[in-house]
Design a protein. Structure first.
Length: 532
C-alpha cells in the first residue's frame, strides 16, 4: 500500500524492493511525529518535540562501516581507512535485508543533499523507524512538494535497525553494518538506531563524488557577514571542537553547522538542518540552539527528562555525553535562506588540544594550512563514538577521516588550490585545554575564543604584533585588546615551563610520526612546514 506523495514511476517496487506492508512517502513533520508516537518509538516533549533514546548505540560505529570493492572504485578508495566488502557478500546482505523487510511498514523521504543545484545529489532514505524519517527530513534539504512528482533518486539509503548482520555470511565485523556500494548506488544500515549514521553516510557519498567535479567537500561549519555573503568563513573540526557553537554567531549569518562544499562559485551547505550537541547547553550562552529544544518537530536524542514535567536535563549524561537535538536550519533566526556563500575569506581549523600545548589562535601560511589540514589533530570527545568516555588525542586527517573515501592528498590538494586561487587567510584555533593537559589544566574560555575569532573575521587581528611559535612555526598574536597576554602564550599558563616544554616536544613528535605517511605525496614546502 502506497501512502503519500511520490513520483509514480519511482516507487520502491520499481527499485525491486517489494512485498512490503504500508509504505509512507514524504510525510510531513506532524504525520511523522504521529506515526512515531503510535508506534511507540518515543515520547512527545514540550512544545511538540520528539524525545527518543537510540538504545544500545548512542554514537557512530566507524569500525562497522564498509565500502564494496567493485572494479569501478578499487583504485580510487583509500583502503587503509575504509574496510572493503566483496560484491558477493553485499549481494547476500542486500537480499537478506530485503527478505527481512517483507511485510513491514516503511517510511520514505526524497531529499536533496546540497544547496547548490549544480552539485546537489538526489537521495532517497528508506527508514524502518518513523522518527529516523523525521530526523533525515530535518538534516537534508526538502524539495518543494511539486518537485516530488518528478523526483528520481540517484542514491538510496535503507536503514533497518532490527536487521542483524551475520559476520560469517555477510563479510562484516559484528551484527551492526553500514555499507556503501557506489556502483549499485545503495547504502545499507542495520543493527543500530543511532540516527547520525544516516547523515554521515550521505556526507561520505558526497566526499567521494564531488572531488571529480573539482568541488571540495568539507567537514566544517560556515557563516558569512550579515551585509555581505561574499565575506564567508569556514570552520573545520571534528564533533565537539566547537563547529556548531562558534559558527552560530549572532553577528553573522549561519550557512550551516557541519558539512559544506566549495565550488568554483563559492561555498554551499550540504544540509538543511543542524545536529547540535546538548550536553551542558545553556540558554545564556547559546540562546538560539537552546530554544530549538522546545520547538515543534525537533528531535531530542538520548537526553534524560522528567517523566511528569518533560523538563530536559542538560547535565545528566547517564545515557551518553553525545546527547543531541536535530532541527531544520530555519529554526535559527540568523540562518541563511539559500545555504550559499562566497569564497571564504577566512578558514578556521578547530582543534581540541588535550595536551594544553597549542595557543588559542595562530595564523597559518598556505603550506602550514595544508600540513594541519592533513594532520587533523584534535581530541575525540566523550560520546561521539562508542567506547570514548574522555578526551583522547587523535589525528583525523582532513578533520574527518571516518567520512573520507579517497586518499587525503585528494582533499588536501583541492583545499590548497582553492586557498591559492581565492587568497583565504587560515587560522588554527584551540578550543581544548590551557594551563596544563586534560586533568590538570582548564578548558579554553569560550569568551576568549569568541573574541579572538571575531578579531580574525573582522580583520582587526591582522594589525597586531605576531611572534613565531618555536614548536610549530606558525604566527601567534602577542597582544590583543581585551584579552590576557598570558593566554596567548600557553607556556606561561603552566605552573612549570619545563613541564610545558616536555609536553610540547612530545606533541611535536606525535605530529611528525603521524605526518610521515603523507611525505611521499606532498610538495617540499609542505614538508618544510612541519620543521621549525
Amino acid at each position: 500500500m502506497t501512502i503519500g506523495r511520490v513520483n509514480p514511476s519511482q516507487t520502491l517496487d520499481h527499485q525491486g524492493i517489494t512485498k512490503l506492508g504500508a509504505v509512507y512517502y514524504n510525510l510531513l513533520e506532524p504525520a511523522l511525529i504521529q506515526a512515531a508516537l503510535t508506534r511507540g518509538e518515543g515520547t512527545l516533549g514540550k512544545g511538540g518535540t520528539f524525545l527518543v533514546s537510540t538504545g544500545k548505540y548512542t554514537g557512530r560505529s566507524p569500525k562497522d562501516k564498509f565500502v564494496v570493492k567493485t572494479d569501478g572504485v578499487a583504485d580510487s578508495i583509500w583502503w587503509d581507512n575504509n574496510a572493503p566488502m566483496t560484491p558477493d557478500a553485499f549481494d547476500v546482505l542486500y537480499a537478506d535485508m530485503r527478505a527481512h523487510m517483507e511485510g513491514g511498514d516503511y517510511f520514505v523521504q526524497d531529499l536533496y543533499a546540497g544547496a547548490d543545484a549544480d552539485h546537489r545529489l538526489d537521495v532517497r532514505v528508506v527508514s524502518e523507524l518513523a522518527w529516523h524519517n523525521l530526523f533525515i527530513r530535518h538534516l537534508l534539504r526538502r524539495p518543494d512538494r511539486a518537485e516530488l512528482d518528478d523526483f528520481a533518486p540517484e542514491f538510496t539509503i535503507i536503514n533497518c535497525p532490527t536487521f542483524k548482520a551475520d559476520p560469517a555470511r555477510h563479510g562484516c565485523r559484528t551484527d551492526t553494518v553500514i555499507v556503501l556500494n557506489f556502483e549499485a548506488k545503495l547504502i545499507l544500515i542495520g543493527g543500530t538506531e543511532y540516527a547520525g549514521e544516516n547523515k554521515k553516510s550521505v556526507f561520505t557519498l558526497l566526499n567521494y563524488l564531488l572531488p571529480e567535479k573539482g568541488v571540495m567537500p568539507m567537514h566544517c561549519s560556515a557563516n558569512h557577514a550579515k551585509d555581505d555573503p561574499a565575506d564567508s568563513a569556514v570552520f573545520f573540526g571534528l564533533s565537539g571542537t566547537g563547529k556548531t557553537t562558534l559558527s552560530a554567531d549572532p553577528g553573522r549569518i549561519l550557512i550551516g553547522d557541519d558539512e559544506h562544499g566549495w565550488s568554483d562559485t563559492g561555498i554551499f551547505n550540504f544540509e538543511g538542518g543542524c545536529y547540535a550537541k546538548t550536553i551542558n547547553l545553556r540558554k545564556e550562552a547559546e540562546p538560539e540552539i537552546y530554544a530549538t529544544t522546545s520547538h515543534f518537530g525537533t528531535v531530542i536524542e538520548n537526553m534524560m527528562f522528567d517523566p511528569e514535567t518533560l523538563e530536559l536535563d542538560f547535565d545528566d549524561d547517564s545515557l551518553t555525553a553525545n546527547m543531541r537535538c536535530a532541527y531544520p536550519l530555519d529554526q535559527i533566526s540568523n540562518a541563511s535562506s539559500t545555504g550559499l556563500g562566497g569564497h571564504p575569506k577566512n578558514i578556521i581549523m578547530l582543534t581540541c588540544d588535550a595536551f594544553g600545548v597549542l595557543p588559542p589562535i595562530a595564523r597559518l601560511s598556505p603550506a602550514q594550512a595544508m600540513y594541519h589540514f592533513l594532520s587533523g589533530f584534535t581530541s575525540k570527545v566523550a560520546g561521539t563514538e562508542r567506547g570514548v568516555t574522555e578526551p583522547e588525542p587523535t589525528f583525523s586527517t582532513c578533520f574527518g577521516a571516518p567520512f573520507m573515501p579517497r586518499r587525503p592528498e585528494v582533499y588536501g590538494n583541492l583545499l590548497r588550490k582553492k586557498i591559492a586561487q581565492h587568497g583565504s587567510t587560515c587560522w588554527l584555533v584551540n578550543t581544548g585545554w590551557t594551563g596544563g593537559a586534560y586533568g590538570t589544566g582548564s578548558r579554553m574560555p569560550i569568551r576568549a575564543t569568541r573574541a579572538l575569532l571575531t578579531a580574525a573575521l573582522d580583520g582587526s587581528l591582522n594589525g597586531v604584533e605576531f611572534r613565531r611559535d618555536p614548536n610549530f612555526g606558525f604566527e601567534v598574536p602577542v597582544k590583543v585588546d581585551g584579552e590576557a597576554d598570558l593566554l596567548l602564550d600557553p607556556r606561561r599558563t603552566w605552573d612549570r615551563a619545563d613541564s610545558y616544554d616536555r609536553q610540547a616536544a612530545r606533541l611535536v613528535q606525535m605530529f611528525a610520526d603521524n605526518f610521515a605517511q603523507y611525505v611521499p605525496f606532498i610538495d617540499d614546502d609542505v614538508k618544510a612546514a612541519a620543521i621549525c
